[in-house]
Design a binder for this molecule. Structure first.
Ligand SMILES: [Zn+2]
Length: 126
């Protein structure tokens, strides 16, 4: 499945970062995901949760920030916005649009729990 390989690559990035920073556990992973990235967010979340089991990201919550598709028409220069998976110029109806956003797929930030002295613990936000 496509989403599972995406989840694996996210987990690999996060595990790398976690190791570098000597963290105890990763509590949250923030991901930027463009609407045209071709990734199903719910499937990705499910894969992430399944694959993170027993790893440093075991307790991590995957937070997905959706980025809508936007672009500029290559014919008339009008700003085009996405409708579902299609990006179309509202004026001349062409789909010849130069994409500005919508294909994002990257880890924006991670929140971690570090092994600290004293009673310091991760903040809980809900
Ligand atoms: Zn146009």
């Amino acid at each position: 499945m496509h989403e599972s390989s995406m989840a694996i690559s996210i987990l690999r990035i996060v595990a790398d970062e976690a190791q570098k920073a000597h963290v105890n556990a990763v509590t949250q992973v923030r991901l930027c995901l463009g609407d045209l990235a071709g990734v199903e967010a719910t499937t990705l979340t499910a894969c992430f949760e399944m694959l993170s089991e027993g790893t440093v990201t075991d307790k991590a919550k995957l937070v997905i920030k959706r980025i809508p598709a936007t672009g500029t028409c290559t014919v008339c220069g009008t700003a085009a916005t996405g409708r579902g998976r299609m990006l179309q110029c509202p004026l001349c109806k062409t789909s010849s649009v130069k994409l500005a956003t919508g294909r994002e797929f990257y880890v924006e930030s991670i929140e971690v729990e570090t092994l600290c002295k004293g009673d310091e613990h991760a903040e809980h936000t809900s």
